[in-house]
Design a binder for this molecule. Structure first.
Ligand code: FES
Length: 205
């Protein structure tokens, strides 16, 4: 059986590109020059945010919300209330609108998570092929409740909505990037053992 490979790069993600449909010559959003760097974002991260904002016309700067939240997540690992408030202020949009984005997308963590975040799909096609069993097996194996993090901080186990790979059910997503298919208890055990080894090696480094 092939071992799942994990995402190797933790390079900052900057979703989005040029504002779609923006006519040539349209004024770009002014990069906020006077925003103080908060403790949860590095100066480099703030500069990335400003570059993302500058891709959009001033009146559409809210379009950079996912990119800005992604910077926070990349640097801090999760999106706190104060992070949302900061992004809302930066983009001149209501905090609740930022919170709606954070809570809509699975990849945004609303609390700290373990080194490996395991999202098990429990929508119907996966459910019919053992998705719930896979979730319960993982929770039992790692000694966590659904949504919880293992005592050593290595694993967080969460439910996920359809991951778009129903034909490979049951499926699981590792750290929002690596899809793992046909998750039998044996494959789950193998994966957990491999990830646990990696966590130990990383801690010792
Ligand atoms: S229902 Fe699980 S991937 Fe679609």
């Amino acid at each position: 059986m092939s071992q799942p490979t994990l995402p190797g790069s933790d390079a900052p993600q900057t979703p989005g590109g040029s504002a779609p449909g923006t006519p040539a010559g349209t004024p770009r959003a002014a990069a906020p020059a006077t925003v103080a760097t908060p403790f949860f974002v590095s100066e480099a991260g703030l500069q990335v945010m400003k570059r993302e904002i500058a891709k959009y016309p001033p009146e559409q700067k809210a379009s950079a919300v996912i990119a800005c939240l992604a910077v926070v997540q990349q640097e801090r690992g999760w999106i706190s209330d104060e992070s949302e408030a900061f992004v809302a202020k930066l983009l001149e949009m209501p905090e609740i609108a930022v919170h709606e984005v954070t809570t809509f997308y699975n990849m945004f963590n609303q609390q700290p998570v373990g080194r490996f975040k395991l999202n098990v799909c429990t929508n119907l096609p996966c459910q019919l092929r053992g998705g719930q069993d896979a979730l319960e097996h993982l929770c039992s194996r790692l000694g966590v409740a659904e949504g919880g993090t293992s005592a050593d901080g290595a694993f967080t186990v969460q439910k996920a909505e359809c991951l778009g790979a129903c034909a490979d059910a049951p499926v699981m997503l590792v750290n929002d990037r690596q899809m793992v298919s046909f998750m039998t208890p044996e494959r789950l055990d193998e994966l957990v053992a491999m990830l646990a080894s990696r966590a130990v090696i990383e801690r010792a480094a």
